[in-house]
Design a protein around this ligand. Sequence first.
Ligand code: 8X3
Length: 251
Amino acid sequence: MSKIALVTGVSAGFGKAIAEKLAACDYKIIGAARRWDRLQKMREQLGEERFLPLQMDMTKTEEIDRALADLPENWQNIDLLVNNAGLALGLDKAYEADFKDWLTMIQTNIIGLTYLTRQILPQMVKRNRGLIINLGSTAGTVPYPGANVYGASKAFVKQFSLNLRADLFGTQVRVTNIEPGLCEGTEFSNVRFKGDDERAEQLYQGAHAIRPEDIAETVAWISSQPEHLNINRIEMMPVSQSFGPQPVHRF
Ligand code: 8X3
């Protein structure tokens, strides 16, 4: 019998690639996103048997509740939760950043992710099976100017993932945090730079960054590991990216 995966942020980028890859690995996909037209296209592409669209906004817990309550009975036992939905807004210094942007990131990357996880976990524990894959970021470990709340939200996701495993000790429920560095082929930077597509494009020029398919392959690999194995964290960067020195300001 096919396993069931719930993938958030499924309408583009990582989420779309992950759904396509998992469908090819015989998963049935519950695809969550806000954009109904894109969800419908994915249902046409993957087929009604394989893809169940779930329209919801991760910043609204009541929408998550409603969407989950509407799940047909044969789609309710979720084996794999991929918490992919998330965003960065702005690259301004903390003393200039828009506080509304900070709230949106906290609401999506932290509150939406933890709320959905809290709703799905009990049935996994009850059935003593399941896997949660969270999409963190290298920004959750490596500080950089302008990452302020975005990086902090991904540090939260990393520690939340590890602490989940601590709570799940003694069960077969597994948790992994994937932490990618520079990624292209997604809407990430277009959203971060608020529609300044030229700036987004420049960021990736000649970088050969991580592609959504790379993340999808990683998700498929994690989910195909034997049941006695938990992959705690995977940090990944393109070869073109590396670490910087710690700057010293001279007075
Ligand atoms: C994406 C990585 O370096 O753009 O989360 O923040 S970075």
